[in-house]
Write a protein that binds this ligand. Structure first.
Ligand code: ADE
Length: 272
């Protein structure tokens, strides 16, 4: 059995949500194989009152309830104690954190023990966060009902970077965000589906043309959906020249040619 490469601990009020999801598919297999390890701690176990409540009214008034510092602090300390010698990071999942992306996933994949604190209600007493949180992560500019789905998102993205979690068929070198562009479209059999044929170039066996066509498709997608990424993308003069030749070939549709010509203007500007 391989050594466990990363320990995940989730502090939550909804244990099932975490266990059910993590037991499924690729993550389930990685857990079974011992490549990743999951511990779930129920914050309610650290409640200080007989009703098992962990929330209370906010000082200063306002809507909603706040999770008390005591149970959260105790749960965090319990989590840290599971692997006291491991390089550990305790992350509070919150829409007020830094926005998660592939670079953060890479950074976190180098930690030995990741602890995710999942809040509910209107949030967590700030003092527990001051004492325990090493990082604050949001998965996007929208508000969810709790931190469990965000924690699952982060664990998924981090796990697939751990060697052995993905097998060869699943691990793709050329993925969205890996090269600063969105991924190109993929096709498999049949060659024609509902009158739609696979682009000829992909059947040609001409590797250089295929690579260039895929790059053009990546650029077209990135320009359409992520203008912010397009602004940052820099490529060399040789590639720009090849792309401009492609924009004159029959490998692209008229619409794609038009889009690529617009993109070439950006690439030339970015290369200056
Ligand atoms: N909790 C609620 N919404 C969230 C979000 N967008 N990201 C991280 N944690 C959250």
């Amino acid at each position: 059995m391989p050594d466990t490469k990363i320990h995940f601990t989730v502090l939550t009020l909804f244990e099932d949500m975490i266990r059910t999801n993590m037991g499924t598919s690729i993550m389930g297999r990685a857990l079974e194989n011992g490549i990743i390890d999951l511990n779930v701690i129920d914050i309610r176990d650290f409640s200080c009152n007989k009703h098992n409540r962990v929330d209370d009214y906010p000082y200063g008034g306002g809507a909603g309830m706040v999770m008390e510092a005591g149970p959260v602090y105790a749960a965090c300390e319990k989590a840290r104690g599971l692997f006291p010698d491991a390089k550990t990071k305790l992350i509070y999942m919150t829409p007020t954190g830094r926005t998660f992306d592939q670079d953060i996933a890479k950074e976190l994949s180098e930690t030995e023990h990741l602890i995710f604190l999942c809040g509910h209600y209107e949030g967590i007493d700030e003092r527990a966060l001051e004492l325990e949180a090493d990082d604050f992560i949001s998965i996007g500019d929208y508000v969810l009902t709790g931190g469990e789905l965000p924690a699952l998102v982060v664990m998924d993205a981090v796990s697939r970077l751990i060697p052995g979690v993905l097998n060869n068929d699943e691990s793709a070198g050329e993925e969205s965000f890996e090269n600063g562009l969105l991924e190109y479209p993929q096709y498999t059999r049949p060659e024609v589906f509902m009158d739609k044929a696979v682009p000829d170039v992909l059947l040609s066996g001409h590797h250089e043309n295929i690579a260039l066509w895929r790059l053009a498709q990546s650029l077209i997608r990135t320009d359409a959906y992520r203008a912010d990424m397009m602004e940052q993308y820099v490529t060399d003069k040789k590639t720009i020249k090849k792309l401009s030749k492609l924009s004159d070939s029959d490998m692209l549709t008229d619409k794609e040619k038009e889009a690529l010509n617009e993109i070439l203007l950006i690439l030339r500007k970015n290369a200056e």
